[in-house]
Write a protein that binds this ligand. Structure first.
Ligand code: 8YV
Length: 326
């Protein structure tokens, strides 16, 4: 008789992590990466004790009520806005996320997107590929300065700090930040970052980078009013979550040159992208890949797996997001 706990791996992950999980669990794995509807996910979860999810599966009260056997949801993402945490706690379901292992990779990408946006990398490549490059011009794709400029970071968690370090130490940028709480003085010193109000940050940053978690309170933290407070020469980078920026208002601001450019890795309602963003040239668009290196994706899945294994062995999970009664 097989008495291993039964788990579902809801999206394709590194095969070596699937193999690791198979040593501990009876596993059903979506290695074909089929996109399940919420109803299909509920169906797949019948009889499962745990599930490994990515940020794109919603775990809410309705799903929990329909899956009474479920005991743990291990997210392969640092963000867990796909979880209704109070509902999970009330249902006695453990939630875990995957922090730390993606910090540096994601900060690298944030900086890459900032550089690409400021220096108009994709726009200029499209021009070249379209055969439009006929001669040198002094102002051809002239972009915004990165070194020595003012970097404004909204959301100064681990990834925000990684971007601050890159900016301050690598590019001599003046770093200002806004966050729910101030960093400890030694961390501020290490990141060479100065705490400012959101209004001061928007008014004085040359590059505004969003790295805050998505909650109900920060829906459209950057909308038309905030875009109007930014410098017309500024860039906006979003590697946090869609929904933090009002994408329609941003598309209008980009079209009307109220800000110079934007770099977006996340979108409201992704994978759909607001159609107006697709028609403005001064935006760099990437498909939610900030943590996408094979090594980091392996580490994220492995951490989610470690959480599942610890939980079913009766140990503390490594990275909990709630504390349900057990
Ligand atoms: C994930 C992310 O790739 O970790 C996060 O919060 O946004 C990304 O690293 C995505 O959520 C899939 O899990």
């Amino acid at each position: 008789m097989n008495c291993k706990p039964r788990i579902l791996i809801a999206r394709a992950i590194s095969p070596e992590v699937v193999q690791r999980l198979e040593q501990h669990f009876e596993v059903e794995s979506n290695q074909d990466d089929v996109i399940w509807s919420p109803q299909e996910l509920v169906q797949k979860l019948q009889g499962k004790d745990g599930v490994l999810t990515t940020g794109s599966q919603t775990i809410d009260a309705a799903l929990l009520a329909a899956c009474p056997q479920l005991k743990i949801v291990a997210n392969m993402a640092v963000g867990y806005n796909n979880f209704d945490v109070p509902a999970m706690t009330a249902a006695g379901v453990q939630g875990t996320n995957a922090p730390d292992v993606l910090t540096e990779t994601t900060a690298d990408f944030g900086f890459a997107l900032l550089m690409a946006t400021a220096r108009r990398l994709t726009e200029s490549e499209h021009y070249l590929r379209a055969g439009k490059w006929t001669s040198w011009r002094y102002d051809l794709f002239a972009g915004a300065e990165v070194h020595g400029s003012t970097l404004g970071i909204i959301g100064m968690g681990r990834i925000g700090q990684g971007i601050a370090r890159r900016g301050a130490h690598g590019f001599g940028m003046k770093v200002i930040y806004h966050n729910r709480s101030r960093l400890a003085p030694e961390l501020e010193a290490e990141c060479k970052a100065r705490y400012v109000s959101k209004a001061e940050l928007l008014a004085s940053a040359d590059h505004v980078v969003l790295v805050l978690p998505f909650t109900q309170e920060n829906h459209h933290t950057i909308g038309a009013a905030e875009l109007a407070q930014m410098k017309p020469t500024a860039t906006l980078i979003n590697i946090a979550r869609g929904g933090i920026v009002d994408d329609a208002a941003l598309a209008r601001a980009l079209r009307d040159k109220r800000i110079a450019a934007a770099g977006l890795d996340v979108f409201e309602g992704e994978p759909a992208v607001h159609p107006d963003l697709l028609t403005v040239p001064n935006v760099v668009l990437t498909p939610h890949i900030a943590s996408a290196t094979m090594g980091t994706r392996l580490a994220m899945a492995d951490l989610a797996a470690s959480n599942l294994i610890a939980f079913f062995e009766g140990r503390e999970v490594l990275t909990p997001v709630n504390k349900p009664a057990r």
